[in-house]
Design a protein around this ligand. Structure first.
Ligand SMILES: *Cc1c(COP(=O)(O)O)cnc(C)c1O
Length: 235
């Protein structure tokens, strides 16, 4: 049965349970709960799920594929206060579609993509919030920019007038314990803040590792299946 037809209570219960775990992890880390934003990742789920989440008070949702993202934003339509986060790999030729639908783009990992997002704006478009995606490993094949390139990427994007760098985004590697994977976050965040002092956001933490991400300083959690239930098979 598709998740959209399950009782709304089940969704509400999972959301409440995750929020309780977030509160616990935040308290354990001695952090202020208002410093942590929970983004619900709705990829592969129908637009109706976003509507169900909105009815439960969710205002931040995330998607990782441009086509699905654009279609879902259209299907849901304008909603007061709803922010769409684009969290997936972005192709430069999709920059216009992404920019027109996103409040925040988490996955800026190269200057060319930032330039394409900048060019997709018009003089009257709102400023686009972006995060610089960082690679937490020594494997250059993984997504995100590495330590050495991060400072120059930050400087480049800081020079683009319609983009605002808010911080960094990271996905933990699966083959190391999450706490260890996130060890580099403070240093990478500091690298960006040397260039853009107010860029304090750290987008990290998913279903399997959000407590560790909170302990490591994450300000934006991207949580999917723990809240939405298992993702439907991709057709
Ligand atoms: C799917 C996805 C998530 C959420 O994953 P869950 O394990 O379902 O919480 C977070 N971040 C990115 C970049 C994703 O693609």
């Amino acid at each position: 049965m598709p998740p959209s037809s399950e009782p709304a209570e089940a969704l509400a219960a999972r959301l409440a349970s995750v929020d309780a775990r977030i509160a616990e992890a935040t308290a354990a880390a001695g952090r202020d709960p208002s410093d942590v934003t929970r983004i619900v990742v709705t990829k592969f789920h129908p637009a109706a799920l976003v509507e169900g989440l909105y009815a439960l008070g969710v205002r931040d949702v995330g998607e990782n594929r441009q086509q699905e993202f654009s279609a879902k934003v259209d299907a849901v339509g304008p909603r007061e206060g709803l922010r769409w986060h684009f969290i997936g790999q972005a192709q430069t030729n999709k920059a216009r579609a992404i920019r027109s639908a996103a409040s925040v783009v988490h996955s800026v990992d190269r200057a060319r993509l930032a330039d394409a997002l900048e060019a997709a704006g018009s003089p009257d478009s709102p400023i686009l919030d972006v995060l610089l995606q960082v690679n937490l490993t020594d494997d250059p094949g993984r997504g995100g920019t590495t330590g050495d390139d991060l400072e120059s990427l930050a400087a480049h994007v800081a020079g683009l007038p319609t983009l605002r760098v808010r911080g960094i985004m990271a996905v933990a590697a699966l083959d190391v314990p999450p706490a260890r994977a996130f060890e580099r976050l403070p240093e990478l965040s500091a690298t960006v803040r040397r260039v853009i002092p107010e860029a304090s956001w750290i987008s990290a933490g998913m279903t399997a590792d959000f407590a560790e991400a909170i302990a490591a300083g994450a300000t934006h959690l991207r949580i999917g299946s723990a809240i939405t239930g298992p993702r439907p098979e991709r057709g």
